[in-house]
Design a binder for this molecule. Sequence first.
Ligand SMILES: NC(=O)c1ccc[n+]([C@@H]2O[C@H](COP(=O)([O-])OP(=O)(O)OC[C@H]3O[C@@H](n4cnc5c(N)ncnc54)[C@H](O)[C@@H]3O)[C@@H](O)[C@H]2O)c1
Length: 455
Amino acid sequence: MEGFPLSLAVNGREHEFADRLVSYSGVQDAATGRPDTAPAAVAVVGLGYVGLPTVVEFRSKHIEVTGIDASSSRLDAILEGDVELAESDRALLSSELESGGIRVTTDSALLGAAEAVVICVPTPVGADDTPELSALRRACVDVAEHARAGQTVILTSTSYAGTTRDLLLGPLRERGFEVGRDIHVAFSAERIDPGNPDHRQQDTPRVVGGVTESCSKRAASVINCVTDSVFLVSSPEAAELTKLYENVFRAVTLAVANEFAEVCRELSLDPIEVTLAAGTKPYGFLGGFPGPGVGGHCIPCDPYYLLWQLRDRGSRAPLLEQVMHEIRQRPQQVVRRVDELLREHGQRSERPGVLLIGASYKVGVADLRESPALPILSGLVDAGIEVGYHDPLVPRLELPDGTELVSRQHPDEEKWDLVLIHTVHPGVDYDWVIDYPLVLDATYRFDRVPHRLLL
Ligand SMILES: NC(=O)c1ccc[n+]([C@@H]2O[C@H](COP(=O)([O-])OP(=O)(O)OC[C@H]3O[C@@H](n4cnc5c(N)ncnc54)[C@H](O)[C@@H]3O)[C@@H](O)[C@H]2O)c1
């Protein structure tokens, strides 16, 4: 597709393969912004960080939406409006729940009423770094059980290449459906960035890979309701691997950014200054910012889906293995640096106190999943350090050993030996930190403290 701004570090040759990129062009209704082939009713299975905004996006195109979630407490939270959505989306959700344009339920039997089903359940990794597919398996069984002829089923959870075929085709065929004729099946990964208003779903292109060509087209017409640009690939596997490649690349970038920050410290240079300067090059450089580690269910988890699949086939990706090793041990580097700074500044008393600022892994969201703050706090405790944290978005948290911590409400009135900046949320008053003599800024961005120290 000539002219589409591809994000590739290839020195101006982005369009060498332009004719290989297949874009889907649905005809959109000018008034509703909806493709003319849009389904009248969609069901979204899994109403978490990604599924719920997707429900709202479909509804904003006047499509009837049924949201299905296995957790009744999640449904209660949704009905009470206690959810992580942009203010405008929260208002739309509330009014549509009232008018019936959106309904939410735990009852998978309602799946049968939808013309299209979007599966968006969690795909974390287990303790041994293998895919934890129980939620996805369960959801696929439910979807297949209630599927009906004419439906389009789109798996959107991130997973290994082959998941859509493995988990959906068998049960659908057992029910007598011929995929591509009676029912349409495709994969199209979510690319939503929860809590980031800069990337709206509508403006974020999606990739669709169907089991057959007609599956791709049907699924693209559904996905085209929530985004303006849809690209088609030749199979669900190509679409599945596309998503893993995206997040593998993010993992590599972040690991390199962290390593480069240490290079900068060694050379007494400012890593942010150097990163920004490198970023002025209009081609060939795609950098990231360093930080205390990587959190969420994407970057710390998704690459393991690929490593697991390769291992299973007797193959390997050694560079990626090394990157994931570096990412995993980053929180311990933070712990070692805290210990080092306490010693250097004569604060390594019997039981020094360290306050961590911002426990969630991401700015502006309450999400604690895989947050580096958890292993950092645990590591500090193991090192004989007394810990506390302050995060207005995370009132309490549990460390892996079961220890419960409560967010300090008035950290400015307490005395800590070192303040560790982990995540800085917008709209929170951090001015009191400026007076602290020992501040370790693991975000590299808190330059309000002139004497801050870096990792
Ligand atoms: N969060 C992100 O930033 C992000 C971005 C892009 C892609 N993804 C991917 O999207 C998928 C969903 O992630 P999320 O962050 O929304 O997860 P989440 O944990 O926030 O929410 C998932 C929801 O699914 C529900 N659920 C679990 N099993 C179910 C089942 N069998 N039937 C119905 N509901 C079920 C849970 O109760 C929960 O409410 C994952 O594969 C993730 O990797 C996430």
